[in-house]
Design a protein around this ligand. Sequence first.
Ligand SMILES: [Zn+2]
Length: 342
Amino acid sequence: MKAIVFDSHGGPDVLKYTDVPEPTLRPTDVLVRVKACALNHLDLWVRRGIPGVPIPLPHIPGSDISGEIAQIGADVTTVRVGQKVVLAPLVSCGKCTACVAGLDNHCRQATNLGYMIDGGCAEFVRAPEVNILPYPENLSFEEAASIPLVFQTAWHMLVARAELQPGEDILVLGAGSGVGSSAIQIAKFFGARVIATAGSDEKLAKAKELGADDLINHKTQKIRDEVRRITNKRGVDVVFEHVGTATWDDSLASLAAGGRLVTCGATTGYEAKVDLRFLFSRQLSLLGSYMGAKSELHAVMKLVAAGHLKPIVDRVFPLAEAAAAHAYLESGSQFGKVVLRV
Ligand SMILES: [Zn+2]
């Protein structure tokens, strides 16, 4: 089969479009004929190499996958060949205490398709039967592939971790990113007031279309000052963080007393400072969040099928042009997802 493979870490040019053997199935696996694979910042980290994470090489990246079932393992009972599917990215052991409690994102053996195991930047990918999600028939393959990782992450952050309430004020950083555009929609669905930031007025206009109530251009305005102005000096109840070093100080300073900051990433760096006097005297909560449970993704898929949440596709590249797609994602000029069509 054709696949995007790299055998050493580095820039986009390490991604080679080449022939590799098709995956072999275990009894509980399905083989998916990939139709689309959406990119994430995780793909960039995996390609560059992550200190202390020995990614098996050669490697096929790609975590967000839609396609059709091409073959099923001997013990697979819930799907048939030819069925359209979306895959949950997180592959866990299915047997540990966390997994049987439905908290598969706490499983110590959990990894993503395309992270420690081969992913979907290929004509075929192997996945466990339990990772199959119902296909929302109102979506193209490119749109369907754009849902899982970002919506699962944003949902877990806002619903499970920050416990966002109707009427609360939330600051969503990086509205143009996949998680940012997902978070705006989820926060509006739960009845919050959304203040969104982005680095261009064009991106802010799109954030407004998704339902953002107030907008901050972080290139020309100071986030904490604008939040104070918009909230009449009170600050926001929740800050949705994934940017890291570049925005951390503004994020903390934007919180109201009793506010919660929830973070799933650090695309600009992971060094951050916290003034502990500020943390305890204002009774703030700092919440880490990682991926989401499969059950949360099933809730997301239901709301997507009903039209309440929608994936935002920025641009589609052919699989063979994965290197160009990575470079484009790295440039940060997108609004929503960058997708490979297979
Ligand atoms: Zn487990």
